[in-house]
Design a protein. Structure first.
Length: 438
């Protein structure tokens, strides 16, 4: 069984998280239920921050809130002294509603609308991560209209492709995000912003991918960007205050994943930035990173009740749970893999191999293929691990299934932080047909 964070088996032989019995959580809140191990989130946040502090580099660790955005989560990020990334008006709204300090919010996205940019400017956003020329023009005009200056990072694509275990440099990156570093787009954006009276250029940003298990890609990105910054420094006398290297640090979904400790990514990134800056006699910029998954992914566990069962003789045994692609679309979307145990008897011997199906009307709605489990019955509770990132945040109402609640657990206490949706919630925005149509 998986032992991360505070997950363990208690005296009753039940799975316990944050000192709270998962069987009693399921009884109190119902299933499906997302349970977050708050201590593990804190531990991850501190590991990133502490490593920067030890290395004596100015930094910001921004939680990429798209991984899991809810008011309580944003409050927790604030408590831990994190900054915050948002990628939409809705995420910004959530952050502001949570009372998150707006000067530490960074706004991302490849197609921010005029309304979203206005909302960010009016709130006094910490910085805009500018993605394209359309946005730069719109931002410039809006700032001029409002008589308001704004700080920005330029998102650049350094042309690095991940090939399973290697990274290769490509002349150009085929991505919808950012200004290309190689073909002159990034430099044109730089010139545009440097001549702006409204946009203050803080620095550059890149994000090379997700679920990355080694540091080579980050090191390459630093080299590529520092090369360019050196050129720009010589040509324009500009050197950024901030170098933001994005997120994407890998986590352990199953035993096949071998992530590095959070501190290691930071150490390698800082080492390379210092080396590149030193050899070029450039200052060491402030370094920002943006972990999402690695802060919250392993901290989340989803509890389901086991329901129906189907055997296809000589082929497969299916067990179905009371959720599925509506609360975790990642297996259907990316063929993502998960591990699970029976929360009410995690130590019982596994006697069969089953495939765990969701309850949605879609053959692709499978959560786990070929999972060893004890013989299950309908009293059993399934705990699927590592669902804390892109689970709740990608949850949907397919089949009009209400979204599950979220509970935080820590030091033997539990607190409901997102209520279960009700059937009334599902029809809240529906309007009755008036016949005949007028
Ligand atoms: C998605 C994203 C992140 C977070 O990625 P994780 O894999 O969850 O760490 C960080 N920065 C940017 C720009 C992103 O798009």
């Amino acid at each position: 069984m998986k032992h991360n964070g505070s997950v363990k088996v208690n005296g009753k032989g039940h799975l316990e998280i944050g000192g709270v019995d998962t069987v009693s959580l399921a009884a109190r809140y119902g299933t499906p239920l997302y349970v977050y191990d708050v201590a593990l989130i804190r531990q991850r946040a501190r590991a990133f921050k502490e490593t920067f502090r030890k290395l004596g580099v100015k930094s910001q660790v921004a939680y990429a809130s798209k991984a899991f955005s809810a008011i309580a989560m944003i409050q927790l990020a604030d408590e831990e002294g994190l900054s915050l990334d948002v990628v939409s008006g809705g995420e910004l709204y959530t952050a502001l509603a949570a009372g998150f300090p707006v000067e530490h919010i960074h706004f991302h996205g490849n197609n921010k609308s005029r309304e979203e940019l206005e909302m960010a400017l009016d709130a006094g956003i910490g910085c805009i991560v500018a993605d394209n020329f359309y946005e730069l023009d719109m931002l410039e005009n809006l700032c001029a209209e409002k008589g308001r200056k704004v700080s920005a990072l330029l998102r650049v694509t350094p042309g690095i492709e991940a090939h399973t275990h290697d990274y290769i440099l490509t002349g150009q990156e085929d991505s919808k995000f950012g200004f290309d570093l190689q073909n002159g787009q990034a430099e044109a954006a730089l010139k545009q912003v440097l001549s702006s009276g409204w946009i203050k250029l803080l620095g550059v940003h890149c994000h090379i991918g997700s679920q990355i298990f080694e540091t080579a890609g980050f090191v390459l990105a630093v080299q590529k960007i520092m090369d360019k910054l050196d050129e720009w420094h010589a040509r324009y006398g500009y050197f950024p205050e901030v170098l933001n290297l994005g997120g994407g640090f890998g986590i352990r979904y199953t035993e096949e994943d071998h992530p590095l400790p959070p501190a290691y990514y930071v150490e390698e990134i800082v080492k390379e930035v210092k080396k590149q800056a030193g050899s070029r006699r450039l200052p060491v910029p402030e370094i920002w990173i943006e972990p999402g998954r690695s802060l919250v992914g392993e901290a989340g566990t989803t509890l389901y009740s086991v329901g129906s069962r189907k055997e296809v003789p000589h082929v497969r045994k299916y067990i179905a749970v009371d959720g599925g692609m509506s609360d975790n679309i990642r297996p259907a979307l990316y063929d993502a893999k998960y591990e699970a145990v029976l929360a009410n008897r995690p130590l019982d011997k596994c006697e069969e191999t089953v495939s765990v199906a969701g309850k949605c009307c879609e053959s692709g709605d499978m959560l786990i293929w070929d999972l060893p489990l004890p013989k299950t019955g309908s009293d059993d509770l399934l705990a699927v691990f590592c669902t804390g990132a892109y689970g709740y945040s990608m949850a949907n109402n397919y089949n009009r299934i209400p979204r599950p609640p979220v509970v935080f657990v820590e030091n033997g206490k539990d607190e409901l932080v997102v209520k279960r949706e009700t059937y009334e919630d599902l029809i809240r925005n529906d309007l009755r047909l008036r016949v005949p149509l007028s």
